[in-house]
Ligand binder design. Structure first.
Ligand SMILES: [Zn+2]
Length: 275
C-alpha cells in the first residue's frame, strides 16, 4: 500500500516537472528560441524567475497567479499543462502494468499535448516536437521489437515505416485537394510532420483512422462551439462575421491518442458491422 502511494506520487511529480518543461517548449519553440538558455523569465517584465517561484503547480498557487515583479497575471495555461501531464503520466502507469509501455505512451501523449497547445496558441507545430516524437517512436519501436518482444499499443518497426509514409502522404493529399477547393492554404507542413510521427506510432490503417477521427472531432467542435461563439461575439461588437481559424493539429493530436489506445477495437467493430 505504502509502496503504491510513494510510486504514484513519484510518477505524478515527474509528470508535473515534465509538464513544466513542456510549457517552456510551448512558449519558446514557436519563436525559434532555445529551451535550455536563458533561465525562465517573466514574459512581460523580463524579470528572472527564481527556482522557488518555478515549482510546478505549487508556485502558481503560492504566487496567487501573479508575477512578483510586475504583478501581472500568470496564465492558467502553466498549471493546467503541468496538472494535465502529471495526471496523464499517472494514468499511463496505472493502465499499463509494463513500465516500458507506460513510458512510451506517456512520452508520446506529452508530445501530442505540446503540439495541440502550441498549434492552438501560435498556429504552428514546431519541428522540436515532431523530430523528437519521431526519434522517440522509432527508437522505442526498435527496442520493443528486438529486445523486449513486446509492442503494447504501438506497431513494429516495419509497420512504423509504412505508417509514417501513409500518414504524411494522406494528409498531404488532403491538404493539396483542400487548397484546390478552398483556394487558400488548408494545411501547414506541421500537419504533415505530425502525421508522420502518428503513423510511425499507430501504423498505416490507424493513421488514416486518426485523420478521420480528427476531422470528425474538428467538425463537431467547429460547428458546435467555434462558429456560434464567433457569430455571437461579432453580433455583440457589431463587427462583420469572419469564421475564426482553427488549426487541424489541435484535433489531430487528441485523435491520435484515441486511435493509439482504441484504434484496433474501432476497426474491429466497424468490420464486424459489415458482415
Ligand atoms: Zn513580470
Amino acid at each position: 500500500m505504502t509502496f503504491v502511494v510513494i510510486w504514484s506520487s513519484l510518477i505524478f511529480l515527474m509528470g508535473a516537472a515534465i509538464g513544466s518543461f513542456l510549457n517552456v517548449c510551448i512558449a519558446r519553440w514557436p519563436a525559434n528560441l532555445s529551451v535550455v538558455k536563458p533561465r525562465s523569465r517573466c514574459p512581460r517584465c523580463e524579470r528572472p524567475i527564481a527556482w522557488y517561484e518555478n515549482i510546478p503547480l505549487v508556485s502558481w498557487v503560492a504566487l496567487r497567479a501573479r508575477c512578483r515583479g510586475c504583478q501581472l497575471p500568470i496564465s492558467v495555461q502553466y498549471p493546467a499543462v503541468e496538472l494535465g501531464v502529471a495526471v496523464g503520466w499517472l494514468v499511463c502507469f496505472v493502465a499499463y502494468t509494463d513500465p516500458f509501455t507506460a513510458l512510451r505512451v506517456a512520452v508520446f501523449g506529452t508530445v501530442l499535448a505540446g503540439i495541440a497547445v502550441t498549434d492552438l496558441k501560435h498556429y504552428v507545430i514546431p519541428d522540436g516536437f515532431t523530430v523528437f516524437g519521431l526519434i522517440w517512436v522509432v527508437t522505442t519501436s526498435v527496442i520493443g521489437f528486438f529486445l523486449l518482444q513486446g509492442s503494447g499499443p504501438f506497431v513494429d518497426p516495419y509497420q512504423a515505416l509504412i505508417g509514417a509514409c501513409v500518414g504524411a502522404g494522406a494528409i498531404s493529399i488532403i491538404g493539396w485537394l483542400g487548397e484546390v477547393v478552398l483556394r487558400r492554404e488548408a494545411m501547414g507542413f506541421g500537419d504533415v510532420t505530425l502525421m508522420a510521427v502518428v503513423g510511425a506510432a499507430v501504423g498505416p490503417t490507424s493513421a488514416l483512422l486518426t485523420i478521420f477521427v480528427g476531422a470528425g472531432l474538428g467538425a463537431v467542435i467547429f460547428i458546435g462551439a467555434v462558429l456560434p461563439i464567433g457569430w455571437l461575439r461579432s453580433r455583440q461588437s457589431g463587427t462583420p462575421f469572419t469564421p475564426p481559424l482553427v488549426p487541424f493539429g489541435v484535433f489531430l493530436a487528441p485523435a491520435a491518442l484515441v486511435t493509439l489506445v482504441s484504434g484496433q477495437a474501432m476497426i474491429d467493430w466497424y468490420l464486424s458491422r459489415l458482415h
